[in-house]
Design a protein around this ligand. Structure first.
Ligand code: C5P
Length: 344
């Protein structure tokens, strides 16, 4: 029986990038947040004398060979498990490609979870499998490990170092999906030009990144005072309702909405001014404003978070009027992320 796995998107609740490091990467401080919107990755696997992978997708832009993150993940996992198997992976692509929403990275984790289910790894996991799979994920890509965590997660180092934070309550999220894609490696190269112009080195930015990670950690440490968190914050919003509970969104209580930003906007907005306009469209509600709105990762997708369904609907209408593709979704806490992953 093939195993179908939901492969959820992420946004960044703020993203701060340091100067270029000698290893070719950049230090960063970010908070990842998983969303309900997802691809579906279907995996069939059966033990065989020799491993053989086959990958298909409904979207011709998805590479179907060893360039694909799901392929890499399965290959590395089989080697680490000491197993050989024939594996078929199908990626039903619904999330934007080059959108900054981690879709390819999420596909890798979904393929791993599917493989584990198919080969019965959970019944009898090898010693230290939880650590091994985290290391494999980090080898496949900097923002793959976050999808082994889910929910609200602090991301450090090159983004692969992930620390779970208290989840924010389910919050309405509108994603604007521009037609253009942004290459992440290119965005980092463009960031380097800013670093050169401003003399920002990896060493010079290390302190700022540490300070920001402490600011995030202390904001979230006080995020959910006992007794405030609501029963029934299951991630399933009641239609039309506010998701954030009587005390307002945890995003407001943490205070982070007042200071988070995304450094990639400095790179991407001058090149694609229409994306800056989209940020304003997401922000500009007449009655209820967005809690925050910004570029996700290196873009091109932008997101806005809203205190009520009405405010989110109004943002969708503004985007539709501007002829921009959009999706209404919600943030997904850690427990719901894992519960919904294998739901059909
Ligand atoms: O880790 P990943 O393979 O996703 O990274 C792709 C490219 O993005 C890297 O080769 C590097 O150029 C850039 N990158 C970076 N700093 C990071 C993450 C990625 O410079 N923290």
């Amino acid at each position: 029986m093939p195993t179908a796995v939901r492969s959820h998107a992420k946004i960044n609740l703020g993203l701060y990038v340091g100067g270029p490091r000698p290893d070719g990467f950049h230090g960063l401080t970010t908070v990842y947040q998983t969303l309900a919107m997802h691809d579906v990755v279907t995996v069939s696997a059966w033990p065989a004398e020799q491993s053989a992978l086959r990958l298909t997708s409904n979207d011709a832009r998805v590479p179907t060979d060893s360039r694909n993150t799901a392929w890499k993940m399965v290959e590395l996992a089989l080697a680490a498990l000491g197993r050989t198997a024939e594996v078929e992976i199908h990626i039903d692509k619904r999330l934007p490609i080059q959108g900054g929403m981690g879709a390819g990275s999420a596909n890798a984790v979904a393929a791993l979870v599917g493989l584990e289910a198919e080969l019965g790894v959970w019944r009898n996991p090898p010693a230290d499998w939880a650590t091994h799979r985290m290391e494999i994920a980090a080898r496949v890509g900097s923002d793959v490990p976050l999808f082994l965590m889910g929910g609200t997660t602090l991301g450090l180092d090159r983004g692969q170092e992930v620390i779970p934070l208290p989840d924010i309550e389910p919050t309405w999220c509108v994603v604007a999906l521009p037609e253009v894609g942004v290459s992440t490696p290119q965005a980092f190269r463009d960031w380097d030009a800013i670093c050169r112009a401003e003399g920002l080195t990896a060493e010079a930015s290390a302190d700022t990144l540490r300070r920001l990670s402490r600011a995030y950690a202390s904001a979230f440490a006080g995020a959910i005072p006992s007794g405030v968190r609501q029963d029934g914050s299951s991630g399933i919003p009641s239609e039309g309702g506010s998701l954030a509970g009587p005390t307002g969104s945890v995003l407001v209580r943490t205070g982070i909405c007042s200071w988070i930003g995304n450094d990639f906007e400095r790179v991407v907005f001058p090149q694609q001014p229409s994306l800056r306009d989209l940020k304003h469209i997401l922000l500009e509600g007449h009655t209820e404003r967005a809690l925050c709105a910004m570029l996700s990762g290196s873009g091109s997708a932008l997101f806005g978070l809203y205190p009520t369904r009405e405010a989110a609907d109004a943002a969708c209408q503004r985007l539709a009027k501007a002829n921009v593709r959009w999706e209404l979704t919600r943030t997904l806490d850690r427990e719901t992320y894992w519960r919904e992953m294998l739901a059909n």
